[in-house]
Design a protein around this ligand. Sequence first.
Ligand code: UDP
Length: 149
Amino acid sequence: MERTFLAIKPDGVQRGLVGEIIQRLEQKGFTLVGLKLLQVSKELASTHYGEHQAKPFFPGLVEFITSGPVVAMVWEGKGVIATARKMIGATNPLNSEPGTIRGDFGIDVGRNVIHGSDAPETAVKEISLWFGPEELVAWSSSLTPWIYE
Ligand code: UDP
């Protein structure tokens, strides 16, 4: 079953959106297989956002991600990588559709509440960057036959 890495950024944690975000993913039918709250180091933030190193917003992004606790999660389900990205919405909340997490809860691109892996290769890389194998729990919900045909 496919897995993705999602992280509620410091703005989402500070604003009390952790429960709301987890609820949306649970209610969709996805399975939570990894969850922790952590203070992100500059090193982890820089590695995670390595592809943006040369961009002007990079220093501010690293500062923001390390500015308070982050809730890191791994979610599992059919098509979870692409579907979670749809549920998250466009990078800039000004362009995110209402009904998406960023569309409902964000305004500025630098305070867009949540991160989600954008492709299968990125998901694998990010899951192993943020979680040790012992932190992930393989389990199956008793609701599985009511969610999958
Ligand atoms: N970002 C920013 N300013 C920008 C573009 C991006 O602060 O002009 C931040 C924003 O938090 C975004 C993150 O950098 O979520 C990573 O950017 P990416 O293009 O990978 O977007 P995402 O995959 O998060 O939608």
